[in-house]
Write a protein that binds this ligand. Structure first.
Ligand SMILES: Nc1ncnc2c1ncn2[C@@H]1O[C@H](COP(=O)(O)OP(=O)(O)OP(=O)(O)O)[C@@H](O)[C@H]1O
Length: 762
């Protein structure tokens, strides 16, 4: 039997095998190359063409994202821990795929491994690090390895990462399972480290900067389920960074701000989450998506974000605990209570100097619990969870790009590519003292996430911040503006300007000084740095806008560009006023010249000047309004004559015109109310009203007939912008007061005065 002949069989087989070896090897290599070429194409190209985030694709592949795996210069070192590497890789099919992938000669230069070793046990710094002058404040990076949780450690489960000392750790090398990779950070906290260790070692030291008027940030970063929320929030038994920091900060501010100390201190908190690229106020969930803005000093602001004053830890808990329940969490396969959003707690410390030069400072502390990067193959995310995961991964991907751009000194840092990075703009490469706590998990199934997190952390180490003290002077310049918010804005606007929370804050210890009002009006720009004249105009305009019921953000809180446009408008208005004044002078000169040429006219003119209402008749800016107004007695005399005609001023709509009133028409004479009172009384009444218009406060103005709160504010605003009224009729020029209203106002007040009711404040 052919088949039973071992020799024959083996020989054929042998021959066949021999002849087929190259073909088999070739087809094997080809299929491998094809497989990975396909994966590469799908991951790199498909997302670009069909609009899915690339990160989504990478998260589904059996290897880390290219964004997560640049060669940072960590070099493989000798096998420090054979158990670590061997136990992990020898059975790992994924590892085989990785090694093929990363060692392929056809890989783009991005993946080419570096060969220059820097010495055992040391991470080489990235290129830009070399030769750079010592940074003012490098982002500090700590790594925390959590223990195996809830029996996740199997019998043979060895951790894929282990600590070497208080700053370094090693992890199995995916490139060569005979080696491990060593990383060095500012601090490493192993499985046994307590919440207090992390807090005291890495967070507490930066709190003091807040009292210097500088910003500080603490960010918890890492894959899902690695312990970020545990680190930041903890549990009642093991409180995390947030409660500890608040406890200390409040204690510190109480001590520093005590009576007799140079500064008065106050603390406020805001709490938000970034969920699916929406900024949501956790203290006021109904506020909807909020916008993130930047002021001229590069500070990041969120107008409309609720701020709660806190003076004690109980206060903090009262606001924070219910708000935390508003945070979006959900169950995934990897974490029963997985954060589906990035949570940001913002604590502001305001300081006001009690004595001259009355400086004020503001320090901000961001405590950020980032959502974890997710590999959706393992999370089993579908539907909404998958969508959330896409948003989380995308924003973390942008965070990686931001860190890379900062490290490479690129001219454009893509902060604006996600809400998260926009918010972190002053924490990464900005003005804050920042500490990044990279949380990692020991389980082997987290290996790739752990490597990614460590790489990100190592890259972040190189980011340089430039913290500065946020200090300004309290503003005595506001005093001449007579800034009395309550009075000028009226109750509703004043409430809006103060914000609801301030009602709770107003304490006898911190009276609302002019400067505090300025601060409320100007979170964007410290007013002391502005030209006082410009500031005054801005404040007037701001009040005017407020009084006109403008629903938008107060002027001084608008972004720089919009504010510049408004300031330009003010400038133009000023120019216009100047032009009109010039014109008025010219016309006056002309009139005088005419009078000089024609003495009769002069006589007429001087007679007119002597009469009541003369001002009205000679307003040169409105020459068409010129009219002869006769004393009452004369009019009565003329009215007695059947053919006599008198001229009175009558207005139709906004335009005044001279109407000839036939004295024989009694009903029209009735409209001429001015004729019913003596000229002296008329002149006196007008003058009194004019004085009140020019000198009265909004409250005083409300004592006038037909002037309510809104009109009073309009009048005050107009006066601030244009200066005093030269005649009562100027009221027409106030936006929102029509000619008809002006007329009835004049009539009501003068008649009221004549009837002895008086006008003006009693
Ligand atoms: N150091 C630690 N000691 C004990 N248990 C821990 C530690 N760190 C994390 N855990 C536990 O691990 C689980 C997952 O942790 P946590 O929810 O903090 O992860 P996470 O990184 O915030 O995840 P996600 O990004 O999905 O929100 C929790 O049950 C937590 O109690």
């Amino acid at each position: 039997m052919l088949g039973s002949d071992p020799t024959h069989s083996s020989g054929v087989s042998s021959i066949t095998s021999t002849s087929k070896i190259p073909t088999l090897v070739y087809s094997c290599v080809l299929s491998c190359v094809t497989l990975f070429a396909t994966l590469w194409t799908v991951a790199r190209q498909a997302p670009l063409s069909i609009g899915f985030p690339r990160q989504e694709y990478w998260s589904g592949l059996p290897c880390p994202s290219p964004g997560d795996l640049p060669n940072l210069g960590f070099e493989a070192v000798s096998l420090t821990s054979p158990t670590l590497a061997g136990g992990f890789f020898t059975t790992s099919a994924t590892w085989e795929a990785h090694s093929y992938f990363y060692l392929s000669p056809k890989l783009p230069p991005y993946f080419t491994p570096k060969n220059d070793l820097l010495g055992a046990g040391r991470c080489r710094l990235s290129k830009v690090g070399a030769g750079r002058r010592p940074p003012p404040a490098r982002v500090r990076v700590a790594v925390r390895l959590r223990p195996f949780v809830d029996g996740t450690a199997g019998e043979n489960d060895t951790p894929c990462v282990r600590g070497l000392d208080s700053c370094s750790l090693e992890i199995a090398n995916w490139r060569n399972h005979q080696e491990t990779l060593k990383y060095q950070f500012d601090a490493f906290y192993g499985e046994r480290s307590s919440q207090q260790d992390i807090y005291a070692g890495s967070v507490q030291p930066i709190l003091r900067h807040l009292l210097e008027g500088q910003n500080a940030s603490v960010l918890a970063y890492g894959p899902t389920g690695a312990g970020k929320t545990h680190t930041m929030l903890g549990s009642p038994e093991q409180p995390g960074v947030i409660p500890r920091a608040l406890m200390d900060l409040l204690q510190l501010t109480r001590e520093e701000g005590a009576e007799g100390r140079p500064w008065a201190l106050s603390v406020t908190m805001s709490y938000l989450e970034i969920y699916q690229e929406k900024v949501l106020d956790l203290l006021e969930p109904s506020s909807g998506d909020l916008v993130i803005r930047e002021d001229c000093r590069g500070n990041i602001l969120i107008p409309g974000l609720t701020q709660k004053p806190i003076t004690s830890f109980a206060d903090f808990e009262r606001h924070f605990l219910p708000a935390s329940r508003n945070r979006t969490v959900g169950a995934t396969r990897l974490n029963q209570r997985s954060s589906r959003s990035h949570a940001v707690l913002l604590v502001k410390v305001d300081q006001r100097e009690r004595l001259a030069p009355f400086r004020q400072r503001e320090g901000k502390l961001y405590l950020i619990d980032l959502a974890g990067s997710e590999d959706n193959r393992r999370t089993g995310n579908k539907g909404l969870r998958l969508k959330e995961s896409g948003a989380i991964n995308t924003s973390l991907f942008v965070l990686g790009k931001v860190v890379d751009a900062l490290n490479q000194g690129l001219p454009r840092v893509p902060y604006r590519d996600s809400k998260l990075t926009r918010l972190l703009q002053d924490s990464l490469g900005g003005s804050a003292h920042s500490i990044l706590i990279a949380n990692i998990a020991p389980e082997r199934r987290f290996y790739l996430d752990t490597v990614s997190a460590l790489n990100f952390a190592a890259r972040s180490k190189e980011v340089i911040n430039r913290p500065f003290t946020n200090e300004s002077l309290q503003l005595p310049v506001l005093a001449p503006v007579k800034l009395s918010q309550k009075e000028l804005l009226g109750p509703s606007e004043a409430k809006r300007a103060r914000g609801p929370e301030e009602e709770e804050t107003e304490s006898p210890e911190l009276p609302i000084a002019p400067a505090s009002a300025s601060q409320k009006l100007s979170p964007l720009q410290k007013l002391s740095s502005m030209d006082p004249a410009m500031l005054e105009r801005l404040l007037s305009l701001d009040r005017l806008l407020g009084s006109q019921g403008s629903q938008g953000t107060p002027l001084l809180s608008t972004p720089k560009r919009e504010r510049m446009v408004l300031m330009k408008t003010v400038e133009e208005k000023d120019l216009e006023i100047e032009r009109l004044k010039m014109k008025q002078k010219e016309l006056e000169a002309k009139v005088l010249a005419q009078e000089a040429a024609d003495p009769k006219e002069k006589e007429n003119y001087s007679t007119t000047m002597l009469r009541p209402l003369a001002r009205r008749t000679v307003t040169v800016a409105k020459p068409l309004k010129k009219a002869v107004v006769m004393p009452l007695q004369l009019i009565q005399e003329q009215a007695a004559s059947p053919n006599a005609k008198i001229h009175i001023l009558k207005k139709k709509g906004r335009k005044r015109k001279l109407e000839s009133l036939d004295a024989s028409q009694p009903e029209k004479a009735e409209d001429g109310w001015e004729l019913q009172i003596s000229p002296e009384l008329l002149a006196h009444g007008r003058q009194k009203i004019l004085d009140l218009l020019n000198e009265g406060s909004a409250r005083d103005l409300r004592s006038l007939q037909r002037i309510g709160q809104k009109k009073a504010q309009l009048i005050v605003g107009w006066r601030e912008l244009h200066g005093p009224f030269s005649q009562v009729e100027d009221l027409e020029r106030v936006e929102g007061i029509s000619g008809k209203q002006m007329e009835s106002f004049l009539k009501a007040n003068i008649l009221g005065l004549a009837a002895g009711q008086g006008c003006g404040p009693s």
